[in-house]
Design a protein around this ligand. Sequence first.
Ligand SMILES: [Fe+2]
Length: 196
Amino acid sequence: MKLGSVRDLEGNRPVLKDPDASGPDPVYWVFPEISDPSATPQDDKAWANMTVIVPGRYGNEYPKTFGHYHGTNVNETYHLVEGEGVLVMQKRILKDDNIVEDQVEEVYLIKAKPGDEILITPEWGHSWSNVGKLPLISFDDWRSGHKPSDYEIIKNMQGMAYYLVDENGEVKAVANPKYENLPEAKWITAEEFKKL
Ligand SMILES: [Fe+2]
């Protein structure tokens, strides 16, 4: 297994609720090519990447991945291996084929447990938060690369539409004030999301 990328705190600051907060550093690691798709059976997902996110807090915000959209028309599947995670999913709004940066159509907060699989179709921006006490470990099957613009939209908005924070030991969603006309975030399980 090889280490693909490390997101240090400096790199994640642009999307933090409090960009000056201190906390664990690095924030997460991505290990690519964890399996060889040609060597696995058809019914196996042939996972491409493993992501490991530290536990902890930045101020009261939980550690999270930067967040991105997919600029290509390809689906991604996540498999939660270990830990307690929340996948923030926000549905893009398109205008003349471009993503409207400061608005989203819907927001789901998927409370995921080990073994859950979540299919991400191209209209959903997404970011994982580690809301547990242990590292959050996930697999995904993304092999289509990323364009800078996949991340820039989230960077320009100082993160996803909602921040996940610890409020007296409870996970709470706080609206990102940079977004306009924000819909209410809906808490949901991975099973429920599948049925939508
Ligand atoms: Fe993705």
